[in-house]
Design a protein around this ligand. Sequence first.
Ligand SMILES: Cc1cc2nc3c(=O)[nH]c(=O)nc-3n(C[C@H](O)[C@H](O)[C@H](O)COP(=O)(O)O)c2cc1C
Length: 176
Amino acid sequence: MTRPQPTDAEHEVKSVDLIVSKSDIEGNITYVNPIFIKISGYSQASLLEKPHAILRHPDMPKAVFKYLWENIKEGRDVVAFVKNLCADGGYYWVLATVKMAKNPDGSFRNYMSTRRSVTDTAKNQIGVLYKSLLEIEKNEGEKASWEAFNNFLSQNGIHDSETFNTFMKNLNKETV
Ligand SMILES: Cc1cc2nc3c(=O)[nH]c(=O)nc-3n(C[C@H](O)[C@H](O)[C@H](O)COP(=O)(O)O)c2cc1C
């Protein structure tokens, strides 16, 4: 599948929307809900069994996905802002909660992501962070970008996945 050329057309995620997908242990899509299909612009058939990276937007720094995988693999939930690419090249922002589900015998069942809308304030704030991480990634490499990401976390008092998730959720709260 050829990757769409990114455009600056934003697709609206409404505050009532809940965009859900599930995956196997490698991140290949095993389930998508109707709103996922609608917003991404892909058919269900073209999504199933494909890696979630089909949605990967070039504005997303690698460090965020490194953090995601390091934590979900260990069974720790991750709440993270993600800018996703649509089939038509447009984009949408979500605050994703990604979790591992286990079978009753404790074995791996699937990963599940539930995604909600993002406030304009959060889009701007996190957009600035991601832009600078991406610049560092391009100019100085992935390791430097990962260090910059970790510096951001420690500067904001984020020292484990719980404080990370709370920080991201708070960032997405409407300010009046
Ligand atoms: C359940 C689940 C949901 C995911 N959802 C997204 C998503 O919406 N957008 C995205 O770019 N990556 C998502 N990922 C992460 C991808 O698997 C992948 O790490 C990421 O797109 C970066 O791709 P790359 O490693 O090929 O650069 C998800 C992973 C899991 C396990």
